[in-house]
Design a protein around this ligand. Sequence first.
Ligand SMILES: Nc1nc2c(ncn2[C@@H]2O[C@H](COP(=O)(O)OP(=O)(O)OP(=O)(O)O)[C@@H](O)[C@H]2O)c(=O)[nH]1
Ligand SMILES: [Mg+2]
Length: 262
Amino acid sequence: MGLLLFVPMYNCAPQIGRTLEQVTAAWRPSIAEILVLDNGSTDGGRDVAGAACARLRALGYHAHVGKNDANYGLGGSHKVAFAYALERGHDGVVVFHGDDQGRLADLLDVADSFSAECVLGARFMPGSRIQGYAPHRILANVAFNGIYSALTARALWDLGSGLNLYRRRFLERRLWEGCADDLTFNYHLLLRSAAHPDVSLAFTPISWREEDQVSNAKLWKHGVQMLGITRALLLSRTAWLTADHRTHRPPLTFTRQPDVTP
Ligand SMILES: Nc1nc2c(ncn2[C@@H]2O[C@H](COP(=O)(O)OP(=O)(O)OP(=O)(O)O)[C@@H](O)[C@H]2O)c(=O)[nH]1
Ligand SMILES: [Mg+2]
């Protein structure tokens, strides 16, 4: 038994190798499997990931690359990984974005000190380190953290970083199934979780950088979506939280890519 390390990737060929290089032999006892899940990249990133997985297998990991059978979005990719982890009997899923913005150690080295069902990396709490983010983006993130915290009456230190642990008992609640399949997936999941009286959430400070990454989260589009969610929560909270926001009907499937040798 152990965790599934799930690395979503989409057109991040320059970063995916660096992301996977962060995985050292030290975490072998706690990581049962590594799934690098490509969402239809067209930049050759899958080959880079394949070579990195060969190195990880040499370290003793069960590591492989998968490719979604359609473009399911970042949220849809989470659903593929969550369903797969449940089916494989894993203890939970660590999500670690493939574009090398975070430090895996920030979460994995402290995860055992939390008993919460979800241990969420927080980019904007005391102890966090943000590099290369424009001030207006930091401000927008902090503002929405405050708004959503007020709306849920829970301290939400990050609405969706790319470094999170979801334990099995949380995945079994299946709150993730009706969430949006796009980049707003994390907001949906966090809001559903925060509204659920039994779900325990813990936030831990992480570092997050923007160097050569191309952020897909277009600020204005994202801001408008977040305002839309705020409005929906204010006007019809229960209806929004229980609605089916999916684009893709299950089953969402992926194909395991052939292993390459180092
Ligand atoms: N945009 C997008 N990213 C995907 C998809 N599938 C997987 N990903 C990966 O998910 C991550 C998305 O990250 P970003 O584009 O940085 O968006 P974000 O993390 O919400 O925004 P930041 O605040 O810049 O970190 C990247 O690692 C992508 O490689 C997809 O369908 N669309
Ligand atoms: Mg990102």
